[in-house]
Design a protein around this ligand. Structure first.
Ligand SMILES: Nc1ncnc2c1ncn2[C@@H]1O[C@H](COP(=O)(O)OP(=O)(O)OP(=O)(O)O)[C@@H](O)[C@H]1O
Length: 400
């Protein structure tokens, strides 16, 4: 006897009433894509569980992959037996005695198939009694057992699991609409993208760069971050915006100290145009409150004036150390700390105004006509699509 299945539990999704079917279908697709390389497995699903039939595949690498799939609350190795008392007894015996260092146990039966002749409580006693009288050195502890043997009796068979491995939680990517991630090469924005994805949001990304002032190496770093994020959302398209001309105009025409705010507003305007074209309904940024000049309340207020799009800021209340901690867990940290020139800083003075008002910025912007350069910039956006396995240059955008 051996574990021949992995059982997946959905968690929060199971509260979603009418949407449940849609959520489960999406999770199923996401799991299938994630496990595409395991050719022998079969995946089945019902309203509350998903089952991976291993068909001889090693479960360890499969479980490693499952840890990155949002919408999974937990998963366990499972033995599937016939829904017959004797076979179930045999399987729980294996699940109890297979691991080392187990002394106490608890049996929790869930009888989904109401035609099974023994009720859940009675079955707990039957199985517990069987284990106690056929083993030595084990005892029952219902409060704090070393191992909880969960037994789900279903029509198609009974699944016996013991150790629960926590999943990534959240909602399946693709169930909460699409957001445009403003992706820089820093530590914060990839973490923001990850956290939005955790809530089921599908992502596209936009990156502003200013060649030759920002290097090819800096662009590559952002591409590597994007690629890394596909681990959680399977694919990510990145809109790479050549920002040099607009930045040069800002540098020439806008008084020192205000350039940063004007630049951010242009980023928002461009992002909005890309979002409109792609049917994207919100932005996600790595902004947090009070870290740098562009993230004061006044600054946010003035930057936001140019767009009605909701801006998701998953990091807004986090400390830098918490953000770093997540970036290490999702393996973006080592990429983010590679040397990098950000287009936001190459042209901007080291002391931008921290409290730019809307009035002041509107007054300054009214003196400069950005429209032609803005259209030109929109036409030269390059779109690069990454999928979890491969990357390819895809298309050149033809906005408008
Ligand atoms: N070149 C860029 N392209 C796209 N988005 C950018 C760029 N620079 C900044 N942003 C967006 O603006 C947010 C704030 O950037 P800022 O440089 O003020 O803060 P940060 O804390 O250094 O962020 P990060 O670590 O993500 O770079 C970033 O998190 C990102 O979402």
């Amino acid at each position: 006897m051996n574990y021949d299945h992995i059982l997946i539990r959905y968690g929060e999704m199971s509260l979603k009433g009418k949407n449940l079917k849609h959520f489960v279908a999406r999770l199923y697709e996401n799991v299938k894509m994630k496990l595409a390389n395991f050719s022998n497995i079969q995946i089945k699903r019902n309203r509350s569980r998903m089952y991976i039939l291993l068909n001889g595949e090693d479960p360890e690498p499969i479980m490693e992959q499952l840890k990155d799939v949002f919408g999974i609350q937990s998963f366990s190795l499972a033995i599937k037996s016939e829904s017959e008392e004797e076979q179930i007894k045999e399987a729980v015996m294996f699940a109890l005695t297979e691991p080392e260092d187990v002394k106490t146990f608890k049996v929790s039966v869930r009888r989904v198939d109401k035609d099974f002749p023994i009720g859940s409580q009675d079955m707990n006693r039957v199985l517990g009694g069987h284990l106690l009288s056929n083993t030595e050195g084990y005892s029952v502890d219902v409060h704090n057992p070393d191992i909880e043997l969960q037994v789900e009796i279903r029509k198609d068979g009974t699944y016996i699991t013991s150790k629960k491995i926590p999943g990534a939680g959240g909602l399946p990517v693709g169930t909460s609409g699409k957001s445009l991630l403003l992706l820089s090469g820093g530590i914060d924005s990839p973490v923001a993208g990850f956290l939005s994805m955790k809530r089921g949001v599908e992502m596209e990304a936009i990156h502003f760069h200013s060649p030759p002032y920002t290097s090819e190496r800096s662009k590559q770093k952002v591409m590597d971050l994007a690629k890394q994020l596909t681990r959680f959302g399977h694919k990510l398209r990145v809109h790479v915006v050549p920002f040099t001309k607009l930045q040069q105009t800002i540098y020439r025409e806008i008084p020192e100290g205000y350039g940063m705010t004007v630049m951010r507003r242009l980023m928002m305007k461009i992002s909005e145009r890309v979002a409109e074209k792609e049917g994207i309904l919100s932005f996600t940024t790595g902004e947090s409150l009070g870290q740098v000049a562009s993230q004061t309340m006044e600054s946010m207020n003035t930057i936001n004036e140019v767009t009605n799009y909701p801006i998701i800021r998953p990091l807004v209340s986090m400390d830098k150390l918490e953000i770093i901690d997540i970036s290490k867990r999702i393996d973006t940290y080592d990429i983010s700390i590679r040397p990098y020139e950000d287009c936001c800083t190459v042209f901007v003075p080291s002391q931008p105004k921290t409290r730019p008002t809307r009035e002041k910025i509107n007054e300054l912007e009214a003196k400069v006509d950005f429209s032609e350069e803005l259209e030109e910039t929109l036409e030269s956006i390059e779109v690069i699509e990454f999928t979890e396995e491969a990357e390819q240059e895809d298309e050149f955008s033809d906005l408008l």
